[in-house]
Write a protein that binds this ligand. Sequence first.
Ligand code: GLA
Length: 382
Amino acid sequence: MDKDIKSLYEKLLKHSKVDAVYAYAPGRINLIGEHTDYNGGYVFPAAINLGIMTSVSKNRTNQVKVMSLNMDNYFEFNLNTVNTVKYDGWQNYVGGVVSQLIKHGYSLEGFNLCITGNIPIGSGLSSSAALENSIVIALNKLFSLGLSKHEMVAISQKAEHDFVGVNCGIMDQYGSMFGKSDNAFLLQCSSLESTFLPVDFEEYELVLINSHVNHSLGDSEYNVRRKTCERVASKFGVKYVSELKSSVLLAKKSELTKNEFQRANFVIEENKRVLSAFTALQEKDLKTFGKLLYESHAGLQFEYEVSCKELDFLVESARSSGEVLGARMMGGGFGGCSLNLINKESKMFKESITRTYLKKFNKKLSFIAVKLDNGARIINDE
Ligand code: GLA
């Protein structure tokens, strides 16, 4: 067992019954392809070596008793009233998964659930998908539900739609479930066809810079962006805007609002960038790959308008440092981390960006070097 996972396991062990099932699900990064998933396009995610672990055991009641070690927070609810309980923040992910399982006709009994993790929350690394997936795979094992990984991904996603109110795409839950060590994968989000690609950045490394601007997609414009794209798709009589050619969109520009045109144009261009980035990595052309990351950020900043001044500053500083091959905001936006492909020898960049960021925004930065890791799994077997 990996040493970080072992330390999560040991923490949970102290709070769990002897017969507990332990499950772990990682967060994810996304190399490129933002806001393309719910638009039926391509994404290029990978699971990472940070995540959430849960333990579950039956408690011979009809109550679900939940303890979060990181939040130092306890709550419980009855299985019969799962849909009427008032949940607070992260508790929605628990209620959401349990509610979906019941809705799908799976019969559950009361259980104790204990949660811990080492993934920063609200940083665009999909701590919520990690939480949902770790709960659903733990319950699948505990109650022998016989769910496939694809079914569990769908339950996690639906929990987020119905309980949390974010109409997210499939990327986060899928990336967290299906990740493979040292690989990223190209995922076509409407067919769910995926192609793994071993990733080696040679003298460069992937570093996440946490802006410490915490985003909450529920409060953000996320759902608004999705609605706008769906409206454009229906105006063109297609299911997803990613199906449109740039020339077709341009020909009808005058029939669209400024926002509608910009959002759809971004999705079409971003989708092309994902495919170019995949080819660039296959050909080990890191320079082109880096350039595509910067272009993706520009689109997210100016066309899709989901960045923020802190992230723009981080990406602009990366570009002008000469030590970063590519950088962009990652995830839903409005805060969280930027993704950077930094020269391993680089010394000046981290130091100087930390200093200038503190001066400008009065906030500290943190750097997270990530490894690409395996997806969600039961830990008892390891
Ligand atoms: C969030 C959502 C994903 C995806 C990204 C943006 O992480 O959960 O489904 O839409 O934003 O790419």
